[in-house]
Design a protein around this ligand. Structure first.
Ligand code: ADP
Length: 421
């Protein structure tokens, strides 16, 4: 049997291992939590391995234990050894790749999935420097820069046709845990979804154009009894056409990895956006422009125009007659911010996080009545992402909303010149 101090040590080690696992699990959160739970078990395996070897000498060195105590000890010892084997095997067969690293980023332990996805080899890579080992892969730069954020959708070093998400988590005393999850099936499903939406939209475009064309040919005066129906049919076919165009725009933005890098002169763009807002408002709102940034943008003129004017069009559509709309382009510490503030209906806080999802609307009837497709903000978000810009939304129901797009300094150009401002 263990002497009391040894028993305390064993309990302390177990508790520490579990606590460590818990902390790492908490840090990891979300989808990696399951993986981390098993990793916590792996830690226990690692931590307890020496204890298993220590138990025998302790037992034999203790004088005067009875045969009964000896039998009990042996049974417990076998149970612990068997649990260790199970834990080791559970951690080893985890589908996510797991690599435990020491303070020097040397590989301390890895499971089977790490061999498959990351290309690590046993026993050769035990103790290897992970940076060096992965230096020719897409993970190299990420590891070098400290790997503070997860790295999403990169080719698996051990399996170039597979895609992985990778996370590096600190734990314990400057140790780290590298987790890699195979997301190939998700990438494939995402591709199927994109292709499907793009194909459906494309296929609908031609028949819709034909229907719309014929409807335009019919003169309501020739069939006065059908005049109201005809008007509704025209409006709806136009709306369907707009939805199809917006879906095609989204498909294009989704598959596009880089955006055009052209100068987008902001003074004329702001003037155009204001004119468009006035045309849409038809005098129902007070529209103000405050353009103080004195900076042009670097990016796609067509896509930026579409995104920035979309926010103004929303402000007009969701602000009752008599309200005010202010369009601003000003400098901020990060770079420059384009914002649209209205005194309209506002949006309850619970909806804000989902507003940029396709077809997400706070009120379907209000959106439809105002001629919306439900895709505008989704397009805005994609365009901003392609320009490494951020969309912030502040809103108060019954008071109004502010939609702000913040562009980094690297996207700003001095008006008229070529150099960055
Ligand atoms: P829609 O075509 O329906 O306007 P959007 O993607 O542009 O689609 O906007 C999504 C939803 O966000 C809208 O249906 C509306 O409920 C809400 N919304 C957008 N802009 C505003 C705004 N300025 N004020 C109040 N609600 C807004």
């Amino acid at each position: 049997m263990f002497e009391p101090t040894r028993r305390l040590t064993l309990i302390a080690v177990l508790a520490a291992a579990l606590a460590l696992g818990g902390v790492v699990g908490w840090l990891a959160g979300g989808h990696v939590a399951t993986g981390v739970a098993v990793v916590a078990l792996a830690e226990i395996v690692l931590l307890l391995s020496p204890i298993r070897h220590e138990t025998q000498p302790i037992m034999t060195s203790l004088p005067g234990i009875s045969p009964l105590q000896h039998d009990r000890f042996m049974t417990r010892s076998r149970r612990i050894a068997s649990s260790l084997r199970d834990l080791r095997s559970a951690a080893g067969s985890l589908p996510d790749a797991v690599v435990l690293l020491d303070g020097q980023q040397h590989v301390r332990w890895f499971n089977h999935a790490a061999e498959d996805l990351l290309g690590l080899r046993r026993p050769h890579d035990r103790g290897a420097d992970l940076h060096e080992r992965l230096s020719t892969t897409e993970l190299a730069g990420w590891l070098e820069s400290g790997a503070h954020e997860p790295l999403n959708d990169v080719a698996a070093p051990g399996h170039p046709t597979r895609h992985i998400n990778v996370t590096l988590l600190p734990f314990g005393n400057s140790q780290r845990l590298l987790l890699a999850r195979d997301i190939s099936h998700l990438t494939r499903l995402e591709q199927i979804r994109r292709d499907f939406v793009a194909n459906v939209s494309h296929e609908l475009r031609t028949p819709l154009t034909v229907i719309h064309g014929y409807l335009e040919l019919i003169d309501p005066e020739d069939v006065p009894e059908l005049a109201p129906v005809l008007g509704e049919m025209r409006a709806q076919s136009k709306r369907m056409g707009q939805i199809v165009e917006d879906l095609l725009t989204l498909s294009r933005l989704e598959t596009q990895e880089h955006i055009a890098e052209e100068r987008v002169p902001m003074t004329p763009l702001m003037a155009t956006i204001r004119k468009e807002a006035e045309a849409l408002s038809q005098g129902r709102h007070r529209i103000t422009l405050e353009s103080t940034a004195e900076a042009d943008l670097l990016g796609s003129a067509k896509d930026l125009h579409s995104a920035l004017s979309n926010l103004v069009s929303n402000a007009v559509r969701y602000t009752p007659t008599g309200g005010s709309i202010t369009i601003r382009w000003r400098r901020t510490p990060e770079g420059a911010t384009y914002s649209v503030t209205d005194t309209g209906f506002g949006i309850p806080a619970s909806h804000l996080a989902r507003l940029t999802e396709r077809f997400y609307r706070v009120s379907s009837s209000r959106s439809r009545d105002s001629g919306g497709t439900g895709l505008g903000l989704s397009i805005v978000k994609h365009v901003l992402n392609l320009h490494q810009a951020r969309l912030d939304i502040q809103s108060e129901p019954g008071q109004g909303s502010t939609f702000s797009c913040t562009f980094g300094k690297e996207r700003l150009l001095k008006p008229g010149g070529n150099e960055e401002s």
